[in-house]
Design a protein around this ligand. Structure first.
Ligand code: TXA
Ligand code: MG
Length: 323
């Protein structure tokens, strides 16, 4: 049985975390599957609950930058980025400090650590009350669409975790931007909630990921979240739809194409923030509705690449990738 906890019950959620239990919690991006990052058994249970391959490291969440930087070593750029974007949807991969207390399994044995301070009052309240760093991948079964509501979490992980702290729908809706600063350069490991252009405005050029198809061929993945088939609904996904058939479910952006068997609007006004916030809920709803109605696939209208469009298109490309 998985408890659904209300925001007032954050102290109870923190107690469960401290006791080594798994507690899903809201962030501004997506729901995270929280565990005490210093507790190896709790961290192992995260991998098990997600069905996630052990080599894929977890992000550690902190309530302040200074707590993050006590575990991972920032350079000047990391400090500047933290001052500008934390709390917020940016994850930085930094060298692990020698005195780092985060369990090695959380970092998958790497000598780096992914750290972030989320911009959600309940997430921050939970981390503060628990007084531990919180390891938190997205709270979905591995390879499936990330959850943006407590119901999504329960759909995938109900019965496998102790509790979900219900903070309503997530405002950003796509995961954090993952930026690798550990090796001296700056490389984008995952486009996300902070557009890379805004990062470059502060620290200069950021290396972009190799296109995912090429990454899959070479299997030279720096960030396992760059795996090609990810965020996958059950129905096949067709991108860049210019028209739509009656046996298709439509993920619309802007004035919708007519004739679909079912439709979900990401943003009628073509607002990329609104679209990001509604993306994963839309994929889930169209998948369920499409299967209920016996539709053949999900057709997706084109979304421009600028700003949050990079993160949206990245997730859509993965959803459409061959499995
Ligand atoms: O928005 C988010 O980032 C959400 C919320 C819950 O914070 N979390 C999330 O976590 O998306 P997850 O585990 O689904 O994705 C973390 C990504 C993965 O692609 C992982 O491979 C990468 O970060 N990552 C974590 N630690 C890393 C490290 N030390 N080096 C390189 N990549 C790392
Ligand atoms: Mg994930």
């Amino acid at each position: 049985m998985t408890l659904r906890l209300r925001p007032e019950e954050v102290a109870r959620a923190a107690e469960l975390l401290r006791a080594g239990e798994l507690v899903a919690f809201p962030t501004e991006t997506v729901y995270g599957l929280g565990a005490d990052a210093r507790n190896g058994r709790a961290v192992a249970a995260v991998f098990e609950a997600k069905g996630r391959p052990h080599f894929n490291p977890l992000i550690c969440h902190f309530a302040e930058a200074e707590a993050a930087f006590a575990e991972a070593l920032p350079d000047e750029r990391a400090r500047a980025l933290a001052a500008r974007f934390w709390p917020g949807p940016l994850t930085m991969v930094l060298p692990r400090r020698a005195e780092c207390r985060i369990d090695l399994l959380a970092g998958a044995g790497l000598d780096t650590l992914a750290v972030r301070v989320p911009a959600h009052p309940l997430a921050l309240a939970l981390i503060r009350a628990a007084e531990v760093p919180v390891a938190g991948p997205s709270a979905n079964r591995s390879g499936q669409v990330s959850p943006t509501t407590a119901d999504h979490v329960l759909d995938g992980l109900g019965g496998r975790i102790a509790a979900v702290l219900d903070g309503g729908p997530c405002a950003v809706g796509v995961e954090s931007t993952v930026l690798d600063l550990a090796a001296g350069g700056a490389a984008l490991l995952r486009p996300g909630g902070v557009p890379v252009e805004e990062i470059e405005a502060l620290i200069g050029t950021v290396a972009r990921p190799i296109p995912i198809a090429a990454a899959e061929r070479t299997r030279s993945l720096r960030s396992p979240g760059m795996m090609l088939s990810h965020y996958a609904p059950s129905l096949p996904v067709r991108l860049d739809a210019q028209s739509v058939a009656a046996d298709e479910a439509l993920l619309a952006f802007g004035p919708p194409l007519q004739g679909a068997g079912a439709a979900w609007q990401m943003s009628e006004a073509r607002d990329l923030r609104e679209a990001a916030a509604r993306l994963f809920a839309g994929l889930r709803w169209l998948d369920a509705e499409g299967q209920r109605l016996g539709l053949s696939r999900i057709a997706v209208m084109r979304v421009p690449m600028e700003g949050l469009g990079a993160a949206i298109n990245d997730r859509l490309a993965r959803a459409a990738a061959p499995r």
